[in-house]
Design a protein around this ligand. Structure first.
Ligand SMILES: Cc1cc2nc3c(=O)[nH]c(=O)nc-3n(C[C@H](O)[C@H](O)[C@H](O)COP(=O)(O)O)c2cc1C
Length: 377
């Protein structure tokens, strides 16, 4: 009942969800795991997208990026509530916890059952919300649970309150007052996560989906793709508009392979199997960004970094992959004649490179270290 009331409250300013039956069915559906596992809770956190005991809004965002129907929104709202619930009541009522840190099951199940029945019996919204749940349609391609499980759980939920509350009561800690206050509080994270999903425009998606791809197919880039990448490179901002950079777009396979071969002897012994390592990952295009010995701007290196990221994102926009490359510097240091062979302007030296092509491999997003960002408000 708590989940339905939270879903109702949260949807008040969302006309497309407010009376949407699928949304309300979604809002009770993560617990359909009980149909499969009964009292075994070992998969509960998994089907709750890692939100069963602590909030993990990033996991809900990733789910909503894959699926964003009213059912899925309801499902995500449910799990965002659960993660906050466990964290909140544990912090508020430490006296409910056993020495193991778990809530005393006698108190917990008594309180939640009594309060849930009271919410059901006393809320004027109950008949309408139950009717919406009854009319909801569940998906048959959900990654976590089957349609049969969703529908069976709906039937159980609708019948659950057709009897008196099985617990003796009264609620000692998780009473009506606490629960209604929590229902207000938990909305903020739901809204923040939902709005992050709404802000998932193509640019944001490209930024978040970019990976360092270290393997490419042989497919060459088209002239139009090369031109689009060139446009993106030259559109990069530079400090005081100095434009110290120069871009060498190299697609000559033989030349790129010769460059990679020149890198192999420079690899530190033992680190990687040199015979297999290609510093340019056999990408069909490598863009080398070079800078003059004495650039006009103190920020020329930063400008080169900005340009290389522009190229990485433009590649994403074209459905291509990329990897930014610093290692080639060693080849230029060992043999500066490569500066002429790649057509660097006189006096320019390597700053950074990027390999671009149709990726044949991908990887997970990089993990973020602790304390990398904070807001000052
Ligand atoms: C300035 C710079 C130089 C890099 N040089 C190399 C390189 O020479 N070889 C390589 O495989 N990856 C290189 N990378 C890629 C990083 O290893 C990669 O960005 C990082 O591991 C994070 O992974 P992600 O790009 O997939 O998010 C470089 C990245 C940057 C920003």
């Amino acid at each position: 009942m708590v989940h339905l009331l939270a879903a109702w409250e949260w949807a008040q300013d969302k006309p497309e969800l407010r009376e949407n039956p699928d949304y309300y069915l979604g809002a009770i559906s993560p617990d359909a795991i009980h149909i499969r596992d009964h009292d075994d809770k070992s998969h509960k956190n998994y089907v709750h997208y890692n939100n069963w005991r602590t909030p993990d809004p990033d996991a809900v965002l990733a789910y909503w990026r894959e699926r964003f129907s009213p059912f899925d929104i309801g499902y995500g709202i449910h799990v965002l509530l659960d993660g906050q619930w466990a964290t909140d009541f544990r912090a508020r009522f430490p006296e409910m916890l056993l020495p193991s840190g778990k809530p005393d099951p006698k108190i917990y199940y008594n309180d939640t059952c009594v309060t849930d029945f009271r919410l059901h019996d006393e809320s004027p919204l109950t008949p309408m919300l139950f009717e919406l749940v009854r009319r909801g349609d569940s998906p048959d391609d959900h990654p976590m649970l089957t349609k049969r499980e969703f529908d069976a759980w709906r039937d159980e939920t609708l019948k659950f309150y057709d009897r008196p509350c099985p617990m003796p009561g009264p609620a000692k800690y998780l009473d009506m007052e606490y629960t209604l206050g929590f229902l207000e509080e938990c909305q903020k994270l739901m809204t923040a996560t939902y709005e992050r999903r709404l802000h998932m425009n193509p640019i944001q998606q490209a930024i978040l989906d970019r990976r360092s791809n270290r393997g490419y197919t042989d497919e060459a880039l088209t002239e139009a793709e090369l031109q689009a990448l060139a446009d993106a490179a030259l559109a990069s901002p530079t400090a005081r508009n100095c434009q110290d950079w120069h871009f060498s777009f190299v697609t000559n396979r033989a030349l790129l392979d010769e460059f990679s071969a020149a890198y192999r002897p420079l690899l530190p012994p033992g680190a990687i199997d040199a015979s297999k390592y290609d510093v340019l990952f056999r990408a069909p295009l490598c863009v080398f960004i070079s800078l003059p010995e004495r650039p006009a701007s103190n920020f020329a290196q930063v400008d080169a970094g900005i340009a290389v990221e522009n190229l990485a994102l433009a590649a994403m926009g074209l459905g291509l992959g990329s990897v930014i490359l610093g290692r080639p510097k060693e080849v230029f240091n060992a043999d500066p004649s490569w500066e002429q062979r790649f057509g660097f302007p006189e006096g320019h030296h390597f700053a950074i490179a990027i390999a671009i092509g149709h990726p044949s491999v991908t990887k997970e997003a990089h993990k973020i270290g602790e304390g990398k960002l904070h807001f000052v408000k």
